[in-house]
Ligand binder design. Structure first.
Ligand code: SF4
Length: 391
């Protein structure tokens, strides 16, 4: 229950309204204020929003329909044994909710998103459909390849009413997204320090609001929420501290996040809204901002199941993360049929066992409606850790 004088309530209410804005009224309003300029959707997990923004377009994060829509037509496009996100994305497209978008960027996250990009081209031939191949080589060839991809995307945006990509505009955009990431990092820091001030579902909707907003508008929203959350008069409860892993793409329903905390957990880390936190730290525009954006992907990306492992095993990153935020355990929460998340669970869980970090796991879909069994499972996990220190 939210206290009547909750100082974070106004910012949270705006974020919740954006969360419910599946028909993209916010994007329509932005386009009315910027005549002729395009709005470009992008699927999870990572897309170079800085470049889209620098080309005078509005980057719009699309993460499916959650539990807010019924799937009728979307199911017809996909086999049953894949995740839910592409179905609800097609449903939104065919239902007209994505009409404000002039195009869509499909990052090379997984085979499902690759297939979705093909279906999208067939269903919406008049819209830009850009498949963004992210580099798998982290040497010079990967950097050159990725730069060409970004230049091609900038050309496509220009053809759709965007502005020419200039170093000045890209540098300004990099700085605005630097500020945005820094604000989000402060929010996550407060949650790690005092998770009773920042519930998991609130953190999720506040960060997700950035999917529909220019970066500076979202930064103000995050700062306003953060200020309110800091001023809350709440006391810590006897709960375990957990990190959620595996929810980087198709997102769990809000009710599920609330269920985890009601079952006796404080979420002190997660991989939700990964796009907003993908790049670690600031990007220095330097003399060549496009090269800076390329190098940021190669050198400053977070670890992820959808990114080439490169120099350090993902399992090591996970153990370090758990220790850094002083988590008592890990919850593997992955979408059903999500190959990247589920294939990573065995090596990640093996590393947790070796480090004597307890974990539990379950699967969900974005429209999962019943949480009772998850509540019982996580409640047992929480009780075990509080009583005996190990599940
Ligand atoms: S939820 Fe997993 S399988 Fe589905 S689109 Fe996302 S990364 Fe791919």
């Amino acid at each position: 229950m939210r206290e009547p004088t909750d100082p974070a309530a106004p910012a949270l209410a705006r974020a919740e309204a954006l969360f419910a804005d599946l028909s993209l009224a916010t994007v329509t309003a932005w386009k009315a204020a910027h005549p002729g300029r395009p709005a470009i959707g992008h699927l999870p997990v990572y897309a170079p929003r800085e470049l889209i923004d620098a080309c005078g377009a509005l980057p719009v994060g699309i993460t499916g329909g959650g539990d807010q829509i019924d799937i009728v037509k979307g199911d017809a496009c996909f086999q049953s044994y894949i995740c839910h996100l592409p179905r609800s994305t097609v449903e939104l497209g065919l239902g007209g909710q994505l009409d404000p978008l002039d195009g869509m960027v499909f990052p090379s996250t997984c085979d499902v998103i690759r297939n979705l990009s093909g279906i999208w081209q067939i269903l919406f031939p008049s819209k830009l459909s850009f498949y963004l191949d992210l580099p798998q080589s982290f040497e010079d060839a990967g950097a050159r390849f990725y730069r060409l991809q970004l230049e091609e995307l900038a050309d496509k945006l220009l053809q759709r009413g965007g502005l020419p990509l200039t170093p000045e505009r890209l540098a300004a955009s990099l700085r605005r997204y630097n500020e945005n990431r820094a604000a989000i990092a402060r929010l996550y820091q407060l949650r790690a320090e005092a998770p009773w001030q920042v519930p998991a579902d609130e953190c999720f909707v506040v960060v997700k609001a950035g999917n529909l907003l220019p970066p500076e508008t979202h930064t103000s929203l995050v700062e306003e929420y953060l200020d309110g959350a800091r001023r809350r008069q709440r006391r810590a409860e006897d709960r375990i501290r957990v990190v959620i892993v595996g929810s980087f793409c198709e997102t769990p329903p809000l009710g599920l996040l609330r269920t985890l905390e009601r079952a006796g957990c404080y979420v002190v880390g997660d991989d939700l809204n990964s796009n907003a936190r993908w790049i670690q730290g600031d990007i220095d525009p330097g003399a060549d901002p496009l090269e800076a954006l390329v190098q940021a992907y190669l050198e400053q990306s977070t670890w992820s199941s959808v990114r080439y492992e490169h120099e350090k095993p993902r399992a090591e990153h996970l153990v370090e993360w758990v220790r850094r935020v002083r988590a008592d355990g890990v919850i593997f929460a992955a979408p059903s049929f999500c190959d990247p998340a589920l294939l990573d669970q065995p090596p990640l869980s093996k590393a947790l066992e070796a480090a004597q970090i307890p974990f539990t796991l379950f699967k969900y879909a974005e429209n999962t409606g019943q949480f009772q069994s998850i509540r019982e499972q996580v409640g047992t996990f929480s009780d075990s850790l509080r009583l005996w220190g190990a599940a």
